[in-house]
Ligand binder design. Structure first.
Ligand SMILES: Nc1nc2c(c(=O)[nH]1)N[C@H]1C(S)=C(S)[C@@H](COP(=O)(O)OP(=O)(O)OC[C@H]3O[C@@H](n4cnc5c(=O)[nH]c(N)nc54)[C@H](O)[C@@H]3O)O[C@H]1N2
Ligand SMILES: Nc1nc2c(c(=O)[nH]1)N[C@H]1C(S)=C(S)[C@@H](COP(=O)(O)OP(=O)(O)OC[C@H]3O[C@@H](n4cnc5c(=O)[nH]c(N)nc54)[C@H](O)[C@@H]3O)O[C@H]1N2
Ligand SMILES: [Mo]
Length: 829
């Protein structure tokens, strides 16, 4: 039956009970702007969401060249018609009146409008100057996890083979570099082992530092539907906050922030002690079991209880859940990845699955999650710190193969050192060896740690900064050239979600003004720079999204992320398809490692691995002796305390993260009225016991400070772990009087004013989740509630009065209809 639901007040919508091992029934969510009825829509254009890593498939409704709404695609394997709040309302930002419509250049200190010719001429002439005066190492690119595959591939070719710079990375460094690193450390290669369909089959689902309910709400709907169906799964949640996941969990552990390795080592200890391991699997497919067993031998629940500050009995219960599962699905995200032992902890989750033989079967899988919608493509196309196609920079045969694909000399492709990671690039810019930084699709003046430092790096005179964005962001305001980009809905391309599902997303409407697709901008730059291959032909031979896709297919051939069997035609009108897609797997590949480990052989692997404590890269010789036959590697790690300990001066553990209604620095969700109204300003969360101890109440204006800086926000008292402060990181300055940073009228409100310049040694992912901070009262709230939502992990503590519940009202009503095409036979593609 059709229903209409306020999807701000009820973010996950109504339930369709979902039995174990059955296909997930469809539910089609449609949102059309006020006054528009379905029969008025002139065209539905195929797309998929880019506001998280699931790739929820949707159609964009168009009337007279304008977007007027969206509808979920019920034939798609990922979402079966469902959409989350950001999917439903976020697209409205496209039509925002403050979109950039013309390029800007800095004149006498001010950004002024100009034409493309002038703007590109500045970029090209500065590139040429730097190339001849300082060489390719003076130019860096900092891109994103939000463009399309075709764009990343083009950027990777022009940077690595055109300019020959090693300085190309994505904000994926802040996001999923640990996912990639953990997969490389264990399996020798990136590539998600599991599948979202594992949710349909698992009997235990464990979420480590992952607030799935808010950050991938459609997959949470799938779990909620299973919880109401026959043979529901049991959930384990490891998170210091009372997330919706925690509330639904059979076992919830709320460990001290930054202690994941201790906890995981205790879980491994218990698993081994009880003999809940698959010896045949370990023998056939892994190396390193003895070392792992020895490492965790003393890691009893009692030992971990001290470090993590959770009862030993609870840890034992969690171990029982994991150990008795017959199909275990685990997911890992930022509570693990943005921590000082990120890779070490993420790898222990892989280890748990390997020793239990829980891999490559329906319901038994690991999801080392991505966060951003297209982060997988940043990684596979080599627009991050890897070579394209998961090639190994230390393996000369891989570099030679890439040189063959590009028809350049191998020496042209920098491979003298690992590709530079983003944190290092900002350091180089700070020190002056990088003199031009081209930033596309990311807003580092809000999202990188220690913002005062980032603002000072970006505003240096000697650094030429190019920013390619939709809006005049905090970062764009510091640029020398601003290039107006077209975005999702205004350009065509493909991208790949966290479970390797590739979607095509088509252009529905024209971009505003002179804004251009990122692909066109990169191609324009490459043409103006006149990059050549070794025979004097053009280095870049493609000219539009589909020809770029075809070029990428040639680069991916024979690699794990093989796209050779995929075409735009196969994706158009159909659902998403999981890579690899090739002759052996023409319909795509649901799970990796169904017949053992395939890409860890020394000749094939993407990486020879790193020391998890120091981050030092292993050599080919070391790898070959550790893993001559290319098995999965069980890498053990001892617990180390967080780098920044609490003290008298900074007694709280500070952790930062997300809320359901906003995406990152809010450039899109802050311009979608329903979403913005649900969480309009920053807030600060502490526990009820801390609030009582400090005599603080809901709505009090408080200041959070660390040695790096401070922010102010109104207090929300929740059931989170005592001793912890949580601050959402979404709130920058673009919609405040200051515009780009704090000032007298707007004291700090960005979480990253306070965070530390520090990273995981192996993945180089910054530590947004572990710092020490002080909390002080600025002003009494006098009964005024904080702007935090009540529907999420930020819900008021059980013991506290509930401020007005978060609702969306009439303009947030969404129609939900049962699906038709989704039958019992399963995925229609
Ligand atoms: N609504 C929404 N959805 C999003 C995004 C968004 O901005 N908004 N962004 C997308 C992107 S790019 C990403 S990367 C993902 C991120 O998705 P998530 O990782 O799910 O989101 P976070 O809120 O960053 O962190 C998850 C949880 O980690 C917990 N945590 C903090 N410290 C620790 C710790 O020491 N140990 C453990 N076990 N847990 C800890 C926090 O309490 C928090 O609930 O979300 C994606 N989806
Ligand atoms: N304290 C703290 N900081 C964090 C995190 C945290 O948990 N805590 N999480 C980190 C993580 S996981 C992430 S992913 C980052 C995200 O950090 P950012 O990437 O900086 O955040 P966004 O707001 O998504 O920025 C994307 C920018 O790209 C623009 N854009 C959107 N679409 C397009 C397009 O098609 N073309 C172009 N050219 N531009 C486009 C948007 O307008 C926006 O300015 O933040 C990181 N920072
Ligand atoms: Mo992310």
């Amino acid at each position: 039956m059709e229903s209409s639901v306020d999807r701000i007040g009820d973010p996950w919508g109504s339930r369709v009970p979902h039995g174990r091992h059955e296909p997930w029934p469809a539910r089609v969510d449609t949102y059309l702007t006020d006054g528009v009825r379905p029969d008025m829509v002139q065209e539905w254009v195929q797309a998929a969401s880019i506001l998280h890593s699931d790739g929820d498939a949707m159609d964009i409704a168009v009337i007279d060249g304008r977007m007027v709404g969206v509808r979920g695609r019920e034939i798609d394997r990922v979402n079966r018609g469902r959409l989350g709040p950001k999917d439903l309302f976020g697209w409205q930002a496209n039509a925002s009146s403050d979109r950039l419509t013309r390029p800007l250049v800095r004149e006498d200190g001010r950004l002024v409008e100009t034409d493309w010719e002038t703007a590109m001429h500045r970029v090209v002439s500065r590139s040429r100057e730097l190339l001849s005066e300082r060489g390719p190492g003076s130019i860096g690119f900092y891109t994103t996890g939000q463009l399309f595959l075709e764009e990343y591939y083009t950027l990777a070719v022009l940077a690595r083979a055109g300019l020959g710079t090693n300085h190309l990375d994505g904000n994926t460094r802040l996001c999923t570099s640990t996912a990639a690193e953990a997969l490389k450390e264990t399996f020798g290669c990136d590539g998600q082992p599991g599948s979202y369909d594992d949710i349909d089959h698992a009997d235990v689902i464990a979420l480590f530092g992952h607030n799935l309910a808010e950050t991938q709400p459609v997959q949470w709907m799938r779990i909620l539907d299973r919880l109401e169906g026959t043979d529901p799964p049991r959930l384990l949640c490891v998170d210091p906050r009372p997330t919706q996941v925690a509330r639904a969990a059979t076992v919830h552990l709320a460990p001290r922030v930054g202690t994941n390795v201790a906890l995981l080592n205790a879980l491994l200890h218990e698993t081994i002690r009880h003999g809940r391991i698959d010896r045949a699997y370990i023998q056939a497919h892994t190396v390193g079991f003895e070392e792992l067993a020895a490492r965790v031998e003393d890691c009893t629940p009692e030992w971990a209880a001290d470090i993590c500050d959770v009862p030993a009995a609870r840890i034992a219960e969690a171990a029982d859940l994991l150990g008795t599962a017959d199909r275990l699905l685990s997911t890992v995200l930022q509570g693990v990845y943005q921590s000082h032992q990120a890779t070490a902890a993420a790898v222990q989750v892989n280890n748990l699955h390997l020793i239990r033989g829980m891999l490559g079967k329906p319901g038994a899988g690991v999801l080392q999650m991505n966060g951003q919608p297209t982060a997988q493509n940043t990684r596979e196309c080599g627009a991050n710190g890897d070579l394209p196609g998961f090639r190994n920079w230390q393996n000369d045969a891989h570099v030679a193969d890439l040189a063959r694909v590009w028809n350049v000399e191998a020496a042209t492709i920098p491979h003298y050192a690992p590709p530079t990671h983003a944190m290092q690039m900002f350091r180089y810019a700070e020190q002056g060896s990088i003199r031009m930084l081209w930033i596309s699709g990311t807003n580092p003046a809000v999202s990188l740690p220690e913002l005062a430092r980032i603002r000072s790096v970006l505003s240096q005179k000697r650094l030429f900064t190019v920013v390619q964005d939709l809006f005049l962001t905090e970062t764009a305001q510091l640029a020398d050239v601003v290039l107006p980009a077209a975005t999702w809905g205004e350009k065509t391309g493909t991208f790949t979600n966290a479970d390797r599902t590739v979607h095509l997303t088509d252009k529905a409407v024209e971009p505003p003004g002179e804004a251009r697709p990122d692909l066109d901008i990169f191609l324009d730059y490459a043409a103006r720079m006149d990059f050549r291959d070794k025979d004097g032909g053009p280095l870049i031979t493609w000219h539009d999204p589909e020809s770029a896709f075809e070029a990428w297919k040639r680069c991916s051939a024979g690699r794990p992320c093989d796209y050779t069997g995929l075409t735009y035609a196969m994706l158009r009108g159909a659902g998403g398809i999981q890579w690899p897609v090739n002759e052996q797997a023409p319909e795509g590949t649901e799970r990796l490692y169904t017949d053992g480990i395939s890409w860890a052989h020394p000749d094939a692997c993407q990486d020879y691995g790193k020391d998890l404590v120091t981050g030092a890269a292993d050599s080919a010789v070391e790898y070959r002796s550790l893993n001559p036959d290319g098995k999965a590697m069980l890498k053990a790690a001892g617990f180390l305390p967080p780098h920044e300990a609490t003290s008298r001066e900074y007694p709280f553990q500070l952790t930062t993260g997300r809320t359901l209604y906003h995406f990152h620095t809010r450039t899109k969700t802050g311009r979608a009225p329903q979403l913005n109204a649900a969480a309009p300003d920053v807030w600060v969360e502490i526990s009820a016991s801390d609030a009582a101890r400090l005599d603080l109440a809901e709505g009090d204006l408080v200041k959070v400070s660390t040695p790096r800086g401070a922010l102010q926000g109104r207090l929300r008292v929740t059931d989170l772990r005592p001793g912890v402060i949580f601050v959402p990181f979404h709130y920058g300055y673009w919609d405040t009087p200051a515009g780009f940073g704090p000032d007298a009228a707007t004291p700090g409100r960005a979480a990253n004013e306070t965070t530390i310049t520090d990273w995981d040694p192996a993945s180089k992912q910054p530590l947004f989740k572990t710092a020490a901070a002080a909390l002080t009262l600025v002003e009494r709230g006098d009964g005024k509630p904080s702007p935090a939502p009540t529907t999420t992990a930020s819900a008021p503590a059980a013991t506290h009065d509930v401020p007005a519940a978060t609702t969306g009202g009439r303009t947030a009503h969404v129609s939900q209809t049962p699906g038709t095409a989704w039958g019992r036979e399963g995925n229609h593609r």
